[in-house]
Write a protein that binds this ligand. Structure first.
Ligand code: CO8
Length: 261
């Protein structure tokens, strides 16, 4: 899709194989309405298919990564309509993107915003980032992974406290408890996320996709199955030119030039 066709997001090439997607409803603190998510799905799917892209960065504004699903859009929904129409079911598509996605979070990442960040593979945060699942204050519960991915990341006690009381956690707390990989200096989070993306985009892309698949399998498979899955993928990579190039370059003391084959 032509990037100019999107109304709720901005898509740009950040160079070095990185696509930058900026959520762009700043006045609504990037509340995630259905149209925004459809656009996000289209833009990430397009990047996934584009051979010149090796990683995707998703960011919001200084004040808000995203303050949640759009409450005004949801407030009058009824059960039958939500259920039959699989309301917000299309949100799960982000987690099926094969290329690495890095969330660069500044400000509020609440409700669906926190869930979107957790659907990404790596979360980097600005010092003002704030994570939470305030759905309990709205008479509902998290609906896009908040009760599951948050618990995998933070453990039971803190996740329960966040989900049951609606309290938010700071960037430092999120780092301390393993929700994010690190806090980045003020003003630098997007640039740093693009740098990480560019580093990944330089690797052999077959191995990158296999690595993402293997790490994600650890959230779904029992250990023995996960180890078997990892080993099979590892063995399969000996069928790639990138493996010959990578190991050959090491032995010959030169830099590897991967061709993604
Ligand atoms: N939905 C719609 N509009 C929003 C949202 C939102 N989630 N968050 C903020 N806005 C709007 C405000 O209504 C306001 O609009 P207006 O200017 O027209 O009045 C504008 O953004 C600015 O917001 P505030 O004036 O409130 O800004 P403050 O700085 O005073 O406060 C807060 C910032 C604390 C973030 C506050 O806006 C807030 O509490 N927002 C709601 C946070 C929230 O409850 N999020 C969870 C939503 S529910 C959810 O995400 C469920 C996901 C389930 C997915 C299910 C998939 C199957």
């Amino acid at each position: 899709t032509d990037a100019g066709a999107y109304k709720n997001i901005l898509v740009s090439a950040a160079g070095n194989g990185v696509t930058l997607i900026t959520l762009n409803r700043p006045k609504a603190l990037n509340a995630l309405n259905s149209e925004l998510f459809t656009e996000l799905n289209e833009a990430t799917a397009a990047a996934d298919e584009d051979p010149s892209v090796g990683a995707i960065v998703i960011t919001g504004s200084e004040k808000a990564f995203a303050a949640g699903a759009d409450i005004k859009e949801m407030r009058n929904k009824e059960f039958a309509e939500a259920y039959k129409g699989n309301f917000l079911g299309h949100w799960t598509k982000i987690s099926q993107i094969r290329k690495p996605i890095i969330a660069a979070v500044s400000g509020y990442a609440l409700g669906g915003g926190c869930e979107l960040a957790m659907m990404c593979d790596i979360i980097l945060a600005a010092p003002n980032a704030n994570f939470g699942q305030p759905e309990i204050n709205l008479g509902v519960i998290p609906g896009a992974g908040g009760s599951q991915r948050l618990t995998h990341a933070l453990g039971k006690s803190l996740s329960m406290e966040i989900v049951l009381t609606g309290k938010n956690v700071t960037a430092d707390d999120a780092e301390r408890h393993g929700l994010i990989s690190r806090v980045v200096r003020e003003g630098d989070v997007v640039e740093e996320a693009i740098k990480v993306g560019a580093t990944i985009a330089k690797k052999g892309q077959v191995a990158v996709q296999a690595a993402k698949e293997a790490v994600n399998a650890s959230f779904e498979l029992p250990l023995a199955e996960g180890l078997r899955f990892e080993r099979r993928l590892f063995q399969a990579l000996f069928a790639t030119k990138d493996q010959k190039e990578g190991m050959g370059a090491f032995a010959e003391k030169r830099k590897a030039k991967f061709t993604n084959e």
